[in-house]
Design a binder for this molecule. Sequence first.
Ligand code: BTN
Length: 330
Amino acid sequence: MSGKGSQEEILRLFRRKGGDYLSGEEISQGLGVSRTAVWKHIRQLRDQGYTIEAVPSKGYRLAEAPDRLLPAEIQAGLETQRIGREVVYFEETDSTNLRAHELGAGGYPDGTVIIADRQSAGKGRLGRRWASPEGVNLYTSVLLRPDILPFMAPQLTFLSAVAVARAIGEASGLQPRVKWPNDVLLSGKKVAGLLNEMHAETEGIHYVILGIGVNLNMRPEQFPGDLRYPATSVAIEKGSTVSRTGFARCLYREIDRLYERYLAEGVAPIIREWEGLCDLVGRQVEVDCQQRIIRGLVTGLDEDGALLVRTAEGTEERILAGDVRPMKGE
Ligand code: BTN
């Protein structure tokens, strides 16, 4: 077993003890390594921020785990069918979506989760950057291998939006809303962004990547000055920080539930939930589609994820891409 594998195993043994002492002997037998090696691994865990108490006649006790998004931390108590059965963690990477493409091409299974503590080139929509400072937020990509046709892939954006909104609601007690096509808002400000990508051929999908960035504990001074939209974090809105690991676990559980439902029943129940989370349904909006501006009443989403807007002339427009905002006075 690698050093990292041994440390993960020690953390698993601690968790099984539920806060009780674990003797050096138990650990060395459990891992099949010497007591000296156990001591070395304990020291390395402490270096990573774990508070491990040592009492001569009792052994070791895990008093506190750092809020680091480590696979062992996330997977402890994660009850999911597929999502997060495999977790790949990077202290730093350019973009978790890029790593997910590599793992997708390398045959990693449906539900593999990629996490980074910080991203040096986090990707946003339309070639924009996603601010990704260390230690505060969640930057994750989920690799999915659904048996669907390429035109259905955008449906999964709504799956991730609903999952993120549910998880933020649970972590904060607040009521997040969604904005078409891929934003999650708290108090009308962007708190999470979604960037879904896929690798497909005309006849089918090899894999889809749900790229998810959630501003969890980011402080006001950490937001870039040149943002095009008002942004916030869960901690700013809630008034206290949230556990990143607890949030990640909750998010993967929600994605897992929705994904199982999607595979069994299709996208309709997800669209219904998304519509219930979207303030713009039933309101007059203006959609900037680059070549033209469409104005009208939002009636909902269709099964492909297109925004349905009824214009004053009575035509129903299906909008697949654009920036939507409520009309003045709405
Ligand atoms: C947007 O709203 O513009 C989408 C932002 C998506 C950001 C996430 S962070 C994790 C994943 N990796 C990336 O490089 N981007 C997505």
